[in-house]
Design a protein around this ligand. Sequence first.
Ligand SMILES: O=C(O)CCC(=O)C(=O)O
Ligand SMILES: [Fe+2]
Length: 355
Amino acid sequence: MSQTTTIEVPEGPRTVTLMNGSTFSFNSNISTTLEKIPVVDAGRIWSDNLEDRKAVAEEIREASRNIGFFYLVNHGIDESYSERTFEQAKRFFALPEEKKMEVFTGLVPNEYVGFHPMECYNRNGWKHQDLSEAFNWSYDPREDPEAAEDAEPTVSIWPSGVPGFREGLYAYHGQLLKLARRLTRIFALALHLPENAFDEYVKRPEAGMRILHYPEQKHSVEDQNGIGAHTDVECFTIVTQDMSGGLEVLGKNGNWIKAEPIPGSFVVNIADCFMRQTNDFFVSTVHRVINKSGKERYSAPFFFGFDRRRLLEAIPTCVSDENPMKYPIMTGGEYYAWRSNKQKSNNVHNTKMAR
Ligand SMILES: O=C(O)CCC(=O)C(=O)O
Ligand SMILES: [Fe+2]
């Protein structure tokens, strides 16, 4: 999600500066499956036995500190929810551009919600704009079966005259909320904290979601991304991808690793707030999408983080006198708004509108 700009390096590795301020390099645009993304069996996260939950938490701990990505299989969410979401995505993206622009993201300050048109960002400053379009929506307590009484919604904008669109998307969102709250408990165990350590932080979570459409790649992979290399903003992301492939993860050695689709699985990745709060113990790994499948690709990432009213403080097991907190402390709300505005300021439609 975050925006990036390229520092031109004529030959050798390409270097990119991320929206969170850090810089990374990669060796070439070739991606392989030589390195493997770990597969975690989610069945045990629902076990009544604490030892089972601790065992799966240790697997997630290792994945989160080493590569920052893992597949989650056997998660228990019926596939009909993702199928319905992809049907709604196909329907929405097929609408005329003027209709989609009725919910243009530029209409909502400080939030990342609404429609992000095709080729409106160029996250890595490549020759051609990123070849994807997206629609984002956010947390609404009316759609959360476990909502706290005082929970306020974050604004979302919905297109008129598209019956079933909002309902279909929130049906899946509600299922993912339940899974994400459970995973938050497992992440607490993974950080060697009591299982309920983060419960208060996700009663009113930051829980935005998006549907994305990537047409078939038009230009060379040297000149265009589907979504350019970036890191996500919140604590962790749960991605549903179709069977097209194209999601790539940057390994520590600077090579791109393919996150090949595993039917019925999620791809889970650590995002920047968790990296900050764990003082870099968990890695928020750079990733991108280039759709070389020869067909349209659809995906649905769910971004989960802590209550925006709370401070993003250091996690106690990740700081010490020898290893003090590296990041300034601010509320979730301050951090999310800063990132949304930074990303959206690079939307070419905003520039056009300002002229
Ligand atoms: O489409 C995907 O598989 C991932 C998209 C993504 O990384 C994002 O929206 O942050
Ligand atoms: Fe992402």
